[in-house]
Design a binder for this molecule. Sequence first.
Ligand SMILES: C[S@@+](CC[C@H](N)C(=O)[O-])C[C@H]1O[C@@H](n2cnc3c(N)ncnc32)[C@H](O)[C@@H]1O
Length: 294
Amino acid sequence: MAPTVADLIRHGGAAFGRAGLAYGHGTDNAIDEAAALVFHALALDHAQAEAAYATRPDAGGVARVLALFDERIERRVPAAYLMGRMWFAGLEFEVDSRVIVPRSPFAELIHAEFRPWIEPEQVRRVLDIGTGSGCIAIACAVAFPSAQVDAVDVSPQALEVARRNVARHGLGERVHLHLGDVYEPLGDVRYDLIVSNPPYVSDAEMQALPPEYLHEPDLALRAGADGLDVVRRILAGLPRHLEPHGALFVEVGDSDVRVQEAFPDLPLTWLEFEHGGGGVFLLRGAESRSADGR
Ligand SMILES: C[S@@+](CC[C@H](N)C(=O)[O-])C[C@H]1O[C@@H](n2cnc3c(N)ncnc32)[C@H](O)[C@@H]1O
């Protein structure tokens, strides 16, 4: 008898487990990863998951699922790239290997409109440094409906993906994409809120990444000998670009210890997250005068 959707998910999960895949691009285990691919290959609705598990896809559907499983195992491609899309902060984004797969704990901050750290009513201008797919910039534009959002990336290829996502969410009037290095394309504009998930992996750590991560752009992950090349430039330009009542939020992941060692005198607040993740610091505008990057 043909397998059910639940059978296929179990089969994929077991095969992924045997293959020793790495997760972290939207799911954190083999069964969820297999389920995402099965639902995608069969165009099933996640909202109707319970009803879908017992259904038996036709032979073509089963073949599509198995082909995706094979590609996931043999090429170690993250599931999001195989699906061409990813959810972040409740919104769907197109993704491919020109941008990293959205997975930042920023989603939780955006959901809370960055409370209690800022007054949402004061947010008129937002800057996203290293926008990639545009996911953080777009989710901020949705969270702050009267704000203008500038989004910078040094990769023209990433900006092409971001442009598609801005259009997809109908935000062309409020999310402005800029090609360049950190603040370079922005002139002297000041922001109420600056957010960034910059590259922060050190050269040595890059050597140890599982194969899945090597499908992502090197430029999006690698940030020099200590992983802080871009973070330093973000901090150095801060006094010129952040309003005194504003705040900067930067994700640095496991580079948090190196940030604390490199900037012992900066009054950084390290945030805690209910839904996992970490390594995000906050620096308030009024306290950023000394953020000269040294
Ligand atoms: C870790 S990815 C984050 C992408 C997206 N914000 C997200 O959270 O999914 C970092 C992004 O920063 C960009 N980037 C790297 N160096 C940069 C620089 N010097 N100035 C601006 N963007 C940079 C990369 O091209 C990449 O898209």
